[in-house]
Design a protein around this ligand. Structure first.
Ligand SMILES: [Ca+2]
Length: 118
């Protein structure tokens, strides 16, 4: 039957599921079920294997922010030339500059990292 291998033997044969298939009837195993990919990656199930690909907006190995693809820098941040991070305006942090600004401070106040609101 579909997705089965025939095993020849003396005066008989048996059928077993092909590699990557299991069950009755033989069905594709979801190799992505164990979430084998790393952060910022999508798992793509295939026959007896899986592949990991960077999620939208990410590129490189390991997958990091690729702002040059999606122009996703926020709050006035600009994309670094290598595309792997945003250069954030003062007061903003994070890969995409999505964190900040500092809250409760006026322009003339000095702030310290420990006082950031996340
Ligand atoms: Ca599969």
């Amino acid at each position: 039957m579909a997705n089965e291998d025939c095993i020849d033997a003396v005066n008989m044969y048996t059928c077993t599921c092909s590699a990557g298939y299991a069950g009755t009837p033989c069905a594709d195993i979801d190799e992505c079920a164990s979430t084998p990919c790393m952060a910022n990656e999508d798992c793509i199930d295939a026959v007896n294997m899986y592949t990991c690909a960077c999620s939208a907006g990410y590129a490189g190995t390991p997958c990091a922010v690729d702002c040059s693809v999606t122009n996703t820098c926020m709050n006035g941040g600009t994309c670094h030339a290598t595309g792997d991070a945003c250069i954030c305006d003062a007061g903003y942090t994070g890969d995409l500059c999505g964190t900040g600004p500092l809250q409760g401070l006026s322009d003339n106040e000095t702030c310290f990292r420990d006082f950031y609101f996340f």
